[in-house]
Ligand binder design. Sequence first.
Ligand code: PRP
Length: 181
Amino acid sequence: MHPDMEKILFSKVEIDEKVHELGNILSRDYVGKELLMVGILKGASVFLADLVRAMDIDVRIDFIAVSSYGTSSKSTGVVRILKDLDKSIELRHVLIVEDIVDTGLTLNYLLEILKARNPASVRICTLLDKPSRRGVNVPVDYNGFAIPDEFVVGYGLDYNEKYRHLPEIYVLKKEIYQYSK
Ligand code: PRP
């Protein structure tokens, strides 16, 4: 195990099974519809890449980048678009793909922005959910794992841009993040 990690939360096999479970449900729910999957950079990139390959319907993908936390582990509530979608989503079925929903501020903001662009539908799919941290009510339609309030990294999730490449999801050791800004 990586020396900065406290413990493993989800193994490669557990993640793979969950991604395929979600992929099957999504393929069934969106059959016959043109689906645009919108990954929120950067955390969701790994999940999105696996999720689309676990689906057996035609999908399109796009990405949007927002800033919420910066390099701090605390939410500031400040969210702004750093990179917008490439194309219009008007009359399209949109699925927002997130790695984790924490306070919900990021999604709450994005949902309002995307709904205002008049899509046919907008739903949310997240791999991880920390329900105990929720500050605003966001409707999560597809959820992989509910997790406790611990600092998790790996499989796209970072701390100071590190650990995104790890194929498993871990709880980060407290001493790695508690004394740094
Ligand atoms: C993380 C995560 C979500 C957001 C969730 O992104 O990917 O987008 O925080 O937190 P919230 O529910 O409290 O808003 P982050 O800003 O760390 O960027 P990253 O995806 O580039 O790591």
